[in-house]
Design a protein around this ligand. Structure first.
Ligand code: ZN
Length: 441
């Protein structure tokens, strides 16, 4: 068959770290000047920090730039960070603000084109070609997900099956009737569908080889279960952020031990979320991004709240693209328990290494009103074939591992397989009722 799409066009045009640094410096200079000249918010912020466009001469100058936060986006509602006249804006998207106003971002045609170009790169890196059929089970509408996946899918010439989220009967029917080879979803939706495929005995009737899932952290055991029940599909974690454009800000490569990110589109820094000082490569911290060519709403040192780390050195796959770890969680999700900072992902990790457990869990934090003492109960499901008699042994193992690795004492409640709720969207796993009964002074 004649190949009409040049997949290489989506791949980066640099080969060395020095070439990447040159692209980044040029983009940084452009972004600071653009923001300074066209966005009163940024002009004020930069001026306060003593930065002018001409003073940016090296990538080290990034450290002199002020941070931008979620609060800045909310304060600037409805068109925060707008740096172009309205006639250049072709679209807005918004993200699901959990509290208060939504975060709204505007896009020029070039912003949309750049996003889809990079999203297409993610598909190409996952090995998606014009011969694939891609069932898209993420949300459409004001969210960036659906339209992003679909536009990028069409860009690489694959066939899009835009089902959207939910509607399990239709999802299953499409999987059987249209034989999609790629399934795009959130991790929760992936697990829900995997179990549905298992329940309906469809694994032999479907043809999904790759699952591209995003917008949510997922444990190793959850990935393994999704893959297995989908008949052995290969999983690709695709991170993203509406503020940056949408999903597709990088992708897990076929060697599956890192996320490659688009260093030619944005600069990634990792900072300590408390001190805001950069941390060395390899150390975990908050991801901070600065865009290099975004027109309508450029980002300068935007604090994403996502926790990851930069992985130094080249990937075994040979790509020159820089890389970070899969996202560990959000700095907002981190909770303090008896003086210890705990990320939900560290609980994921512990549970996924204990045999006999399902992949769903919940953490319930409460406080004894009299003693003021906090307690943590981890609710976890037994695996389908695990007998109830093993409850005590499994509990002991979880308690010991938490003591050893998190330095905290927990209680465990084991429930039967399927007892914890599954959701098509992000599952809530941390329930913190501490302080709810305390009076506000
Ligand atoms: Zn790689």
């Amino acid at each position: 068959m004649e190949q009409t799409i040049d997949y290489q066009q989506f791949m980066p045009h640099f080969h060395t770290d020095e070439e990447l640094a040159a692209i980044q410096l040029q983009g940084l200079k452009w972004t600071v000047r653009h923001a300074w000249e066209n966005c009163p918010f940024y002009h004020d912020r930069l001026a306060q920090a003593g930065v002018t466009p001409d003073s940016i001469t090296s990538l080290d100058d990034l450290q002199r730039l002020p941070f931008t936060t979620t609060e800045d986006l909310r304060d600037g509602y409805p068109f925060p960070l707008r740096s172009v006249p309205f006639e250049k804006i072709v679209r807005i998207h918004a993200s699901s603000g959990t509290t208060g106003k939504r975060k709204v971002l505007c896009y020029t045609q070039k912003d949309v084109d750049d996003w889809i170009h990079h999203f297409a790169r993610a598909f190409v890196m996952a090995g998606v070609t014009a011969e694939d059929r891609v069932q898209i089970a993420v949300g459409y509408g004001v969210w960036t997900a659906g339209i992003g996946f679909q536009s990028a899918c069409e860009k690489v010439g694959a066939m899009a099956l835009p089902v959207g989220p939910g509607n399990v009967d239709m999802q299953c029917q499409f999987l059987v009737d249209f034989q999609p080879t790629v399934y795009c979803c959130t991790a929760s939706m992936g697990l829900l569908m995997a179990e549905e495929i298992h329940r309906r005995n469809l694994a032999d009737k479907i043809n999904v080889r790759k699952i591209i899932y995003g917008s949510e952290r997922s444990s190793r055991s959850m990935r393994a279960r999704i893959s297995e029940l989908f008949g052995g599909a290969e999983l690709f974690d695709i991170p993203g952020l509406t503020e940056l454009c949408g999903p597709g800000s990088g992708i897990e490569c076929t060697d599956h031990d890192c996320i490659h990110y688009w260093g030619d589109y944005y600069i990634l820094e990792i900072v300590d979320p408390d001190t805001l000082q950069p941390v060395p490569d390899g150390k975990w911290g908050e991801m901070v991004v600065t865009t290099l060519c975004k027109e309508a709403a450029p980002l300068i040192r935007y604090r994403t709240r996502d926790i990851s780390r930069i992985l130094p050195g080249r990937c075994t796959c040979g790509s020159p693209l820089p890389r970070h770890s899969r996202i560990m969680g959000r700095s907002d999700d981190m909770f303090k328990f008896r003086g210890v900072n705990i990320y939900p992902s560290s609980i994921d990790t512990i549970l996924s290494q204990i045999p006999g457990l399902g992949s769903e869990y919940q953490v319930h934090l409460s406080r004894d009103d009299k003693s003021g003492r906090d307690s943590m109960v981890i609710w976890v499901e037994r695996e389908k074939d695990t007998s109830e008699e093993r409850n005590a042994a499994i509990s002991t193992e979880i308690i010991e591992q938490c003591k050893k690795r998190l330095l905290v004492t927990v209680n465990v409640s084991i429930v039967e397989y399927g007892a914890l709720p599954r959701s098509e969207k992000k599952s809530q796993r941390i329930f913190d009722s501490r302080g709810l009964n305390e009076s506000v002074i």
